[in-house]
Design a protein around this ligand. Structure first.
Ligand code: SF4
Length: 343
């Protein structure tokens, strides 16, 4: 990195830090996650897949932030990096004011009570050899000093809260439907009273009718436990119903962040507009400028120069798009966008 680029990066990073209050529950500051690409007999590193490439945002206590984008845009990798299931390549992650980006996995163990993750497919994330009781009490045994009696009380409290029944506790995950398994996964994640839950496509493996029930359940549990959610999804119509704000991600970077209503009624980024074109809209909210997205997401190993979206952008305005990666700019309160032509 040359000196000028370094100074620009530092100044943007400092500006971002100054713009977020220390009261935020989670702050991501220029977070990167690159996976090395190796080749040849000696397995030398010949490149890197830049799955997450400089993402900054802050999460308020008690809010739900939706992280959306096509598959392969890096949103799941970002989620896993934020909860330190993956180590960041660069950047800083602050949880409740503490820098967790470089703490050891042993130190992270103490934070696991506060930060939990729910995966897309409970069929593979839940150990098939364990009973529901074991699955839900295991995090309590590992992460708390609660007595056996307290763990058992908490088990039955959770079973009730997620809409399962007491006789389910002795059963194995394969004896349940997909929706019920996701209820078990939610109970397991909430068993240790976390503050932040990262939900990675928690409903995308479920039927539409079951999706709505799980979303309602997550909404109710958020009120009960004062939870903060980072809700990852490829489906804007899903995040619309549960999120306060939405962050749109493209090829490892954020394209736009806005409150849900602003994003749906006044999207600024051409990529957001393209994603919204595929979402059914209620009649008072017509889509005036439909944007059709063509082609696939380019490889994150060799992303396009300048604006990463320029190879697919219907609003492309010329050389500047190919040469200069647009900064994230404030458009109005709480609405930011990275595009040279957002007007
Ligand atoms: Fe499209 Fe250019 Fe905006 Fe990128 S900067 S989204 S290529 S108009």
């Amino acid at each position: 990195m040359d000196e000028l680029t370094h100074q620009v990066t530092m100044s943007q990073s400092q500006q971002f830090r100054e713009s977020v209050s220390t009261e935020k529950l989670l702050v991501a500051e220029a977070v990167k996650k690159h996976f090395p690409v190796r080749s040849g007999l000696l397995r030398r590193q010949t490149g890197a897949v830049k799955a997450v490439d400089g993402v900054s945002f802050a999460l308020e206590r008690g809010e739900t932030l939706g992280l959306v984008g096509e598959s392969g845009c890096g949103k799941s990798t970002l989620g896993k990096t934020l909860v330190r299931l993956l180590d960041p390549t660069d950047g800083r992650i602050y949880f409740d004011g503490t820098d967790i980006s470089s703490v050891s996995q042993r130190q992270m163990r103490d934070l696991r009570r506060d930060i939990q993750i729910i995966f897309q497919d409970p069929g593979s994330s839940l150990n098939p050899r364990m009973t529901v009781a074991d699955l839900i009490t295991e995090p309590m045994e590992a992460l708390t000093d609660w007595s056996r009696k307290k763990r058992e009380e908490r088990l039955y409290e959770l079973i009730d809260e997620v809409g399962l029944q007491d006789h389910h506790v002795g059963r194995a995950p394969h004896e349940f439907s997909g929706g019920q398994r996701q209820r078990v996964a939610i109970a397991r994640a909430l068993s240790v009273n976390p503050t932040l839950v990262v939900a990675d496509e928690p409903t995308s493996a479920l039927d539409v009718s079951v999706q709505a029930k799980i979303l309602n359940l997550m909404d109710d549990l958020q009120d009960t436990y004062d939870l903060t959610y980072l809700f990852i999804s490829h489906d804007l119509s899903v995040v619309r119903h549960i999120c306060d704000r939405i962050a749109v991600m493209y090829l490892g970077e954020l394209a736009e962040v806005a409150p849900v209503d602003s994003l749906f009624t006044e999207p600024k980024h051409p990529y957001t507009k393209a994603l919204l074109s595929g979402v059914p809209r209620p009649s008072p909210e017509p889509m005036t400028d439909r944007t059709v997205l063509t082609g696939d997401v380019p490889s994150p190993e060799n992303p396009p120069s300048g604006c990463r979206f320029h190879t697919r952008c219907p609003a492309y305005i010329g050389e500047i798009c190919e040469q200069t990666n647009p900064d994230m700019r404030d458009i109005e309160l709480g609405h930011t966008c990275a595009c040279h032509h957002y007007e």
